[in-house]
Design a protein around this ligand. Structure first.
Ligand SMILES: O=C(O)CCC(=O)C(=O)O
Ligand SMILES: [Fe+2]
Length: 363
């Protein structure tokens, strides 16, 4: 097929679109009526608001804090972490280099494009848009940039931006600190799942486990009620740590106690948003939740965010821990593909508006 035929496979650059100042977003971004976002979370009354957990108190053995976290992981699958010990200055630097990267001229950012091979094939790492699998796919109002951060031997140094000059160093320092946080949360999560071994989940982040970073840029949109910054999805790995200073993230609760619907994740200065991913939902046999979340766009304000995804060894298949399968609680998930294949499948599922975890649910 001639190269020009499938131009639709290459998503437009959203920052450029927004900078042109359109009155309406192009039709490829307009979501179907039933997917239209309520810009403020319209979820029903919740008995338990999204908690703010002080990880400093947790590490000094505070039982109330531990109970709060455990309950959050079983209901929301998400919480706001304070007392995490990462200096505000480092969080500020990380946000600043993320913004500075997206503010570079397009040609500079495209040196790191995620398109390869005749421009119609996607690789996970690099700058651009998410995969487009069909001409009718509704696109997200977002540009993004993925990199492998760990193991260090897998870093593709040619894709690590040289501008702003401090980008590499800041990301390196931030990711090391974030990893400590991920380990601490996963240790508590093992208890929340009812696993006898506290290290059972944290140990999955071994030396072969892969950490990705995803920088997201959501430019202002003239009609934020008609688009989504990031379509509903759940993350595939064990755990995600998200840094953002602006509202826009919403999380869905489907259980009765949650009142159903979408809930705004509040912005608390200095806090990080931590959510579980499909890997932990599967290993915990559904005791812990990998929450469905999305991002709404803003009319006036742009937004950037930075997610660290902690995924397990790409060769590892994941299944419910035997200790959590019983007659009263039968196995809820089949064994997943190898984690590396699962991550790739997840990105394709995202393009189709599906969830990869649904394919392994026992119905
Ligand atoms: O930008 C956000 O707040 C969330 C981003 C997200 O869900 C992701 O990168 O997986
Ligand atoms: Fe996500």
């Amino acid at each position: 097929m001639a190269d020009d035929d499938q131009q639709w496979k290459i998503p437009p650059n959203v920052q450029e679109l927004a900078a042109a100042g359109p009155e309406e977003p192009p039709s490829r971004y307009v979501v179907r009526d039933h997917d239209r976002p309520a810009l403020a979370g319209a979820g029903g009354d919740v008995t338990d608001p999204i908690p703010v957990v002080d990880l400093g108190r947790l590490s000094s053995g505070d039982a109330d804090e531990a109970a709060k976290l455990r309950s959050a992981l079983q209901t929301w699958g998400l919480f706001l972490a304070v007392g995490h010990g990462i200096e505000p200055a480092l969080l500020g630097e990380m946000m600043a280099v993320t913004r500075e990267f997206f503010n570079l001229p397009l040609e500079e950012k495209q040196r790191y494009t995620n398109l390869v091979g005749g421009k119609k094939e996607y690789r996970i790492e690099g700058y651009g848009g998410d995969m487009v699998l069909s001409e009718t796919q509704v696109l997200d109002w977002c540009d993004r940039f993925y990199l492998v951060v760990d193991p260090e031997s897998r870093r593709l140094h040619d894709l690590w931006p040289t501008r702003p000059p401090s980008f590499r160093d800041v990301l390196h320092r931030y990711s090391a600190r974030c990893r400590e946080l991920a380990d601490a949360v996963l240790r508590e999560a093992a208890g929340a799942a009812g696993l006898p071994d506290q290290g059972r989940l944290a140990d999955m982040l071994d030396e072969k486990a892969v950490t990705y970073v995803r920088l997201n840029c959501y430019p202002p949109c003239p009609r934020p009620d008609r688009v989504l910054g990031f379509r509903p999805h759940s993350d595939g790995g064990a755990l995600t740590v998200l840094l953002a200073e602006t509202a826009g993230l919403q999380v869905r609760r489907d259980d009765d106690a949650g009142g159903g619907g979408w809930h705004d994740v509040p912005v608390v200065p200095g806090a990080l948003v931590v959510n579980l991913g499909d890997t932990v939902e599967v290993v915990s046999n559904g005791v812990l939740r990998s929450p469905v979340h999305r991002v709404v766009a803003g009319a006036e304000r742009g937004r950037v965010s930075m997610a660290m995804f902690y995924t397990v060894d790409p060769e590892r298949e994941v299944e419910p821990a035997p200790e959590l399968v019983s007659e009263e609680r039968p196995r809820r998930y089949e064994k997943t593909k190898k984690s590396g294949d699962y991550v790739r499948e997840l990105l394709e599922s995202l393009a189709r508006g599906e969830r990869a975890i649904d394919k392994v649910k026992v119905v």
